[in-house]
Design a protein around this ligand. Sequence first.
Ligand code: IMP
Ligand code: MG
Length: 174
Amino acid sequence: MSAHLESLISADLIAAKTDELGRRIRADYDDHQIILVGILKGSFIFLADLARAIGGDLEIDFAQTSSYSSGKSSSGVVQIRKDLDINIEGKHVLIVEDIVDTGATLTHLRELLSTRKPETLKVCTLLSKPAARKVKIPVEYVGFEIPNEFVVGYGLDHGERYRNLPYIAILREG
Ligand code: IMP
Ligand code: MG
């Protein structure tokens, strides 16, 4: 089976957007400490760049969920595979996602993390596919809205491949 990549968002555009998001986020939170919660594995590259763009007082933790198989469609069932190490009670928590697709992952995570009584709980995602949404979910910071296509690169994978692409590409098969 052959696959080819069609560039959708260049590395330069991603960098400019990440800087813009970082400045906006730091301005919105004043000098408060922010707990960035990266959702593994897809967010790791975005989180690394975003954390530096936000600057100031910040802690980083990770959670891992599983809902996708190695294929392209969501099962809709979300499980926690790795929980946070940090106690988030009374903290300003910002969930960092690579992409919001159906919204199932974020709905589940928001519910779970809000039971731990953070001071605030918001979401920042690099990409959003509005046409794929099955659950309405507030997303405070969105980098790019993209069409309902399967994308890879800059942390996003297909069967664990392509995460190291420096740009976002549509994966076309066949
Ligand atoms: P949701 O729960 O359907 O919103 O899916 C969120 C997760 O599915 C993301 O964190 C990604 O890991 C994965 N995902 C959704 N769409 C894509 C895509 O186009 N490429 C790669 N992974 C995706
Ligand atoms: Mg993910």
